[in-house]
Ligand binder design. Structure first.
Ligand SMILES: [Fe+2]
Length: 280
């Protein structure tokens, strides 16, 4: 098994690992170590059936049930199938920022205990575009001026299922799903529970405001943070092939999708989320 870095900023490809059989303990340990070093791992594979996908995920954590019921797989309910196809020209706005998926975010932050990691496999991939972009929030934190770091360290932010700060609107929730997703408060800088490394924990799609600041002051701070943390030197862009599995750390990275892919070409992934603890 070899670990090949994918960029200067983050990410590595895992080669030489046979995913069609249960992994051995030494393999899981090597993958875990690479995961903490690189924050995102790519495995090249063929599409797995949802049951096998969950079994693979269990090597790295505990798959949790995901919020949106309509996306759940019938046979393996921990798997959600995410379809992002533009089915008609009207589905694709001129301003692609209106597509929710195009906004930078970290998965699941609207829960008190967000998923520590996401495992996503490409099932259908358009002929062009649709890359997923990732940015390294450890490096973003470490490259802030000392005074900014000191200011952020004590702050907490309110995460909501939706916020008017995001250009695109969140998917509609059922009444049952809304009850499960009240606003939550998380630190704006979190300490990774496995590595102890600090990272900015700001979800531009869900973070509504900094707790205790007036709206204008909060917006100014979050806007400046956004500009810094989405710098191109902090990013890796993944160009999907059918079957690619990405396993990434939501405590370390934010991600967004390049939504400029053709109308009518199917874009579909299967996803599991691995349980995490409350950010501290
Ligand atoms: Fe996401």
């Amino acid at each position: 098994m070899q670990i090949e870095p994918l960029s200067e900023a983050l990410g590595a490809e895992v080669r030489g690992l046979d995913l069609s059989r249960p992994l051995m303990a030494a393999e899981v340990e090597a993958v875990r170590e690479a995961f903490f070093d690189h924050h995102l791992l790519c495995f090249r594979a063929a599409p797995l059936n949802p049951g096998d996908f969950v079994r693979l995920g269990r090597h790295f954590g505990t798959p949790k049930m995901q919020l949106l019921r309509f996306q759940r797989d019938d046979a393996a309910p921990e798997v959600n199938v995410l379809e992002s196809t533009y089915k008609s020209p009207e589905d694709k706005p001129d301003d692609l920022r209106m597509v929710r998926l195009s906004g930078w975010h970290t998965d699941d932050s609207y829960f008190a205990t967000p998923a520590k990691a996401t495992m996503l496999q490409g099932l259908d991939i358009p002929s062009a575009g649709g890359h997923t972009k990732f940015a390294n929030m450890h490096k973003a934190y470490e490259t802030l001026p000392d005074a900014t770091r000191a200011r952020l360290d004590g702050l907490r932010a309110v995460h909501a299922y939706d916020t008017p700060r995001a250009p695109g609107r969140a998917k509609t929730r059922t009444a049952e799903e809304a009850v499960e997703t009240p606003d939550v408060v998380h630190p704006l800088v979190r300490t990774h529970d496995d590595t102890g490394r600090r990272a900015i924990y700001f979800n531009p799609n869900r973070t509504d405001r900094v707790d205790g600041l007036a709206r204008g002051e909060s917006d100014a701070l979050l806007d400046a943070l956004y500009d810094h943390m989405t710098g191109s030197d902090l990013q890796y862009h993944h160009e999907w092939r059918v079957g690619d599995i990405l396993l990434w750390d939501n405590r370390s990275l934010v991600h967004a999708v390049n939504t400029d892919y053709p109308v009518g070409e199917v874009r579909r992934h299967q996803r599991i989320l691995l349980e995490g603890g409350a950010p501290v």
